[in-house]
Design a protein around this ligand. Sequence first.
Ligand code: GLC
Ligand code: CA
Length: 555
Amino acid sequence: MQKKWWHDKVAYQIYPKSFYDTNGDGIGDIRGIIQKLDYLAELGIDILWLSPIYLSPLADQGYDIADYYQIDPKFGTMEDMDELIEQAQKRGIKILMDLVVNHCSDEHEWFRKAMADPNGKYGKYFYLEDASKGLPCNWRSYFGGPCWEPLPGTDKLYLHVFHKKQPDLNWENPEVREEVYKNINWWLDKGLGGFRIDAIINIKKTLPFHDYPIDRPDGLSAIHNMLKEAQGVGTFLHEMKNRTFAQYDAFTVGEVFNAKPEELEEFIGENGHFSTMFDFSTTCFGGSDKGWYDRKPITPEDYKNCCFDAQEAIQDIGFYANIIENHDEPRGVSYYLANEEINDTSKKMLGAITLMMRGIPFIYQGQELGMENTRFSSIDEVDDISSLDEYQNALNAGLSEAEALKAVSMYSRDNARTPMQWSDAPCAGFTTGTPWLQVNPNYVSINAASQLHDRDSVFFWYKQLIALRKNPDYKETIVYGRMLPYLREQKNLMAFFRKSEQQTLLILANYQKEPQDVCLPADQFRILANNYPQLNLNGNVAQLQGYQAVVLELL
Ligand code: GLC
Ligand code: CA
């Protein structure tokens, strides 16, 4: 496998709106990111992915872009952005922007021009159909309701697979593709390290538009029914890569759901469309066509199987980007651990698994502090559009308001979007004003200031494991070594080897509160990391404590 500059990196996702506010308007900003670069450098981060900061009405928190060449004034200026790239560079950190090109905002100039003249040049930038024949197809948008909306002032409908303020761009039109490539290269010329590529699988539609089997009482059909059938997204992705990323040796991470096993090589193999893509197998597990209220919770055994299956499928092909959470998911510690078992030890165990698996770890802001889901006492406290839709969907299915709120609270994207917890000062030290979204009240005990100097903190554990990934003595094995499950059948044990020609590491994670004995495959070993003060041994048997995680070098 040809080595690439990103293989040995650790990435960190910033959700700028909630990261750090420097001017007291309650909204995080670019200057706030600049101020916290030293914090990120201390943690050991090499790549920073920023969720969108382009000009946007923020209908979907910036994933609705009104101008791809402008920074939204809420976040700062282009000068701030240039300074961020430069300051990050000084610390050896590369910046990734979010590339959101399946759709733009209905406030983008292209869409305005399409409204003014639907039959002209810009009408062809979107999917417009005559309204007189009814809906062209029965696809349900990701955020609920049909994918079609009247184009104001015309006799047309336009397609939006996400929110109605996010009209889909027509990738079949070469002019649209040229605009996208021009924009990507413009940003790469500024010195970006690359892009995280949003919702990209949606750019290929099955045309002409037609219906799919109805899967809910609303008479509509989920988009993934269409995506399963869509052919040829690779042609677009190949072209995009060659016209842009490949020329800069840029790093790209795709947001790809439902990739088929036979497509992995094409997507992230040696000459794949992207450098890597997220492994969503644990976050998607238990999903239901009916909606969040019907999701099935994930057990430690499911978690293990998802991770191991994904790793086995990928390791001869490329690298996954490993996550336990992001801005679209609940907090990993609240989701993958039983409520009453969430503590620093169990949080560290999850951290050890993601940081020691093969792949490129992506840490989401606050994960390194063990930030948890927040609590909603009423649906009025929820901002996220998909949570509001899922709430309604649950009510429509006959759930009570309390039940619907419970389901939404568990999965709401706002769980991950509450402000970063910097200190125990008011509003978690995130802002001196009123935060745009309520701070999680647990900031008094969970915050960066208190963890930075505590060698037992979750932060310190992340820092220690990141340092281990970079330690020249172990790096080759942790980055490139094979990942092999160990005692896979042993319940609630997640154990795996990382093996290179010169070395074998063994990671043991006791994914339960009860102790558990594990037979060791070697007599001699060195402990490289341990979330307990010691490892109890009885001959060849390690007696793991509840949620104990250890990284061993077998000798
Ligand atoms: C991606 C983003 C999500 C956004 C959607 C539409 O899934 O991660 O936040 O709502 O795309 O752009
Ligand atoms: Ca601000």
